[in-house]
Design a binder for this molecule. Structure first.
Ligand code: ADP
Length: 163
């Protein structure tokens, strides 16, 4: 069975993340969307809220037969190996993503060379989209419609408006 882990902050999960997840779900028998539990990043949404939003997306997108949510707080390769994953899944938007991902890939290979990272190019119409953009737009009352999955839009909008 081919198992992949799609790790990230997902603070919050966007339509761009969903593009990557849908592509991964076609290639892998199982995909774990793993929320990084790192208070040091000062997330807006708690780990529980992010997991709940991801679960809702998985269900709404009809991906529940092979996509699952999870969390990890230690080394990603340890989490990946705990769910028997052979691959880590990441998305690439712009050149700066490449530089960052290149470094992480080298570190993960050093730690566990049995796990390979694969990358999906962003859908060009979502290549500008990041969780940070969504937070910035939402905080100032702009519309986040079309940037986050509709099933979570109301919750995200209400939360950001209160910030
Ligand atoms: P991290 O803090 O680990 O970078 P993110 O939640 O920002 O977590 O992103 C998780 C992964 O999803 C990263 O590989 C990132 O490049 C990718 N990603 C983020 N936004 C998009 C997008 N719009 N299109 C494709 N991939 C994306």
């Amino acid at each position: 069975m081919r198992i992949g882990v799609y790790p990230g902050s997902f603070d919050p999960f966007t339509i761009g993340h969903l593009d990557v997840l849908k592509s991964a779900a076609e290639l892998f028998d199982k995909v774990y969307v793993a929320v990084l539990n790192n208070a040091g990043k000062s997330p807006v949404f708690s780990v529980e809220e992010r997991v709940k939003m991801i679960d809702r997306v998985i269900e709404t997108a009809g991906l529940e037969s092979n996509c699952f949510s999870g969390t990890f707080g230690g080394l990603l390769v340890d989490y990946a190996s705990s769910v028997s994953a052979s691959h880590i899944i990441r998305g690439l938007r712009v050149v700066t993503d490449f530089e960052y991902e290149f470094q992480i890939d080298a570190v993960n290979r050093h730690l566990m060379d049995t796990i390979t990272t694969v990358y999906f190019m962003a859908n060009p119409s979502h290549s500008f989209l990041s969780s940070s953009n969504v937070k910035e737009i939402g905080r100032y009352g702009g519309s986040i419609e079309g940037l986050v999955p509709p099933c979570n839009e109301h919750f995200i909008r209400e939360r950001l408006a209160r910030q």
